[in-house]
Design a protein around this ligand. Structure first.
Ligand SMILES: [Zn+2]
Length: 106
């Protein structure tokens, strides 16, 4: 899907136990608290699976992340998203640039 109107990250700074900071191609800089990002994970396991008819099912995994969650790494997925690898071995969270831009900066 073409998303030419979505700014691309030009710089990504990951502080593994604190925050993720992205500088965008339109000059904006956003900083995300890692705890918040983990809670906002957009993957099916965290947001709830959809069945074949597209109905939203209840989330299968419901965990409260009280412990310190850190990011082990982050990698670009194509030219549209960022995958974050978490210290609890959660790697299916793919944060599209559009989604990241919709989140509030801290
Ligand atoms: Zn997830």
């Amino acid at each position: 899907m073409a998303q030419e109107n979505i700014p691309q990250p030009t710089d990504i700074k990951l502080k593994k136990s604190e925050s993720l900071q992205i500088t965008w191609s339109d000059g904006q800089t956003t900083r995300y608290e890692l705890r918040m990002l983990r809670r906002m994970c957009p993957c099916a396991g965290c947001r709830g699976e959809r069945d074949l008819l597209g109905r939203q099912l209840l989330p299968v995994v419901k965990t409260s992340y009280d412990g310190p969650i850190t990011a082990v790494g982050a990698e670009l997925v194509g030219n549209y998203a960022l995958r974050i690898i978490w210290s609890d071995n959660h790697t299916t969270g793919i944060y599209t640039f559009e989604y990241l831009r919709s989140l509030e900066s801290v």
